[in-house]
Write a protein that binds this ligand. Structure first.
Ligand SMILES: [Zn+2]
Ligand SMILES: [Zn+2]
Ligand SMILES: [Zn+2]
Ligand SMILES: [Zn+2]
Length: 423
């Protein structure tokens, strides 16, 4: 088994080489974006015999962004919390697809993964975006919907979108980003909502003609929570200076300011092969640079254990916990291959093959791509009451063929497993 040494420690925190590197000889690995499908190659050189029946899994961990530019879209980042870095910055999801189908509030950004497919030119860049309604009562209703036999019409409070671009595209240079803070996209994206910074802001405040909103709901929220005063000030500035509205243009190397304080805490996701954690726990203690102690995470897991009733659930959870204990801070498990399966915390409430719908765009089969662990909520700072969002795991299935369509953001399939399947 490979010992983790100081040199490979740097790799964990740094970035990995993607196909952008192939004709860009002299750049160091650290200047390249993260590629989550690297484990395919990794498998060949690794002599790990322990998990012979398992597909190699890439684990994701949260880290605070190192630089203000770390999460900009031109760096093709892996993110959790905060706002998304849209891959196609113009043709964003719109209409009803941005709303929780149950309460009709705009969905909140959970995470995004940059997961290009080396074998597919049209998916040279490929990012998956996960959104959820932060209301637990919506998620419970979403659960009911999931069990209905007509998933096409289901009302969802969790949605995932896939966006992909060829190497030559209108938005980004075909060269790999330098990762030094100077990278710029080729053009501005669509203006975003002043309140959530997440969705397209195509409604403009009639007062200041400056603030923009994705929805009447966010306009009302912003008005109540500060824009009422701000709007008058902005109007005064515009009238006296007869210039165009201030801070209208967002710089290409900065993120737009977001007014909402209720977004989840912003992280970047770093990834590591699960096989790196196959050594004894004591040797691995510092591998993932945990933001919280293992004990805290384990305590959280133990309290989840109390929720289970059946023996099958207990057995499933013991198996789940043993696997997760290798790296308890993992918030994500990624494995896109035809034979891969999610690691289910609970036996009941798993999705069966027949319940996984076909691709909404091409009608072809979906395959498992990644799952989000409940630990993410811990980092998001979830409260421990009945109203706050909670899940056992969120499993995402995507089009096996990663198909093309005229829609830039294609909705894929999310299955949410809750700790308790009652209600
Ligand atoms: Zn909702
Ligand atoms: Zn908004
Ligand atoms: Zn205004
Ligand atoms: Zn498809």
């Amino acid at each position: 088994m490979r010992r983790i040494n100081e040199d490979s420690m740097d790799d964990f925190k740094g970035l990995r080489i993607t196909q952008l590197d192939t004709d860009d000889e002299d750049d160091e690995a650290a200047t390249e974006p993260i590629s989550i499908d690297e484990f395919d190659d990794y498998d060949d050189e690794e002599d790990d015999e322990d998990d012979e029946d398992c597909e190699p899994v890439m684990l994701g961990f949260v880290e605070s962004p190192k630089f203000t530019w770390s999460s900009l879209r031109q760096l093709f980042p892996n993110l959790a919390g905060g706002v998304p870095a849209w891959l196609d910055p113009v043709n964003l999801p719109s209409g009803k697809s941005i709303l929780c189908d149950l309460c009709e509030e705009p969905l909140q950004f959970v995470l995004q993964l940059y997961a290009p497919l080396t074998e597919k030119e049209s998916a040279f860049h490929r990012t998956l975006f996960l959104f959820m309604c932060p209301s637990m009562s919506c998620l419970l209703r979403d659960q009911h919907e999931q069990w209905k036999r007509t998933p096409e019409k289901a009302m969802r409070s969790a949605k995932v979108f896939r966006c992909q671009l060829p190497r030559v595209n209108p938005f980004y240079s075909s060269e790999a980003p330098k990762q030094d803070g100077t990278d710029k996209p080729l053009s501005h994206g669509a203006p975003l909502c002043t309140w959530c910074g997440t969705w397209k802001g195509d409604k403009v405040c009639s007062g200041c003609k400056n603030a923009r909103y994705c929805s009447p709901k966010h306009q009302v929220l912003h008005w109540r929570l500060g824009h009422k005063t701000e709007c008058q000030q902005l109007r005064a500035v515009i009238e006296t200076s007869d210039s165009s509205p201030v801070n209208n243009g967002v710089s290409l190397t900065q993120k737009q300011k977001v007014a909402s304080k209720s977004l989840w805490k912003e992280f970047v996701l770093i990834n590591e092969d699960e096989s790196e954690y196959d050594t004894e726990m004591s040797e691995n203690d510092e591998v993932a640079k945990p933001l919280v102690s293992k004990r805290e995470v384990n305590d959280q897991m133990k309290s989840l254990m109390n929720d289970f009733e059946g023996d099958a659930d207990k057995k499933s959870f013991v198996n789940f916990q043993q696997r997760v204990a290798k790296a308890p801070e993992q918030v994500l498990r990624y494995c896109r291959s035809s034979g891969s399966k999610p690691l289910w915390p609970i036996a009941s409430g798993r999705v069966s093959k027949s319940e996984i719908p076909n691709c909404k765009s091409c009608g072809g089969p979906l395959c498992f791509e990644f799952q989000v662990m409940p630990q993410l909520l811990f980092f998001f700072g979830g409260k421990n009451d009945k109203e706050s969002l909670d899940w056992a795991t969120i499993v995402v299935y995507t089009c096996e063929n990663s198909c093309e369509s005229s829609l830039s953001y294609k909705e894929e399939f999310v299955w949410v497993q809750l700790h308790s399947q009652t209600t």
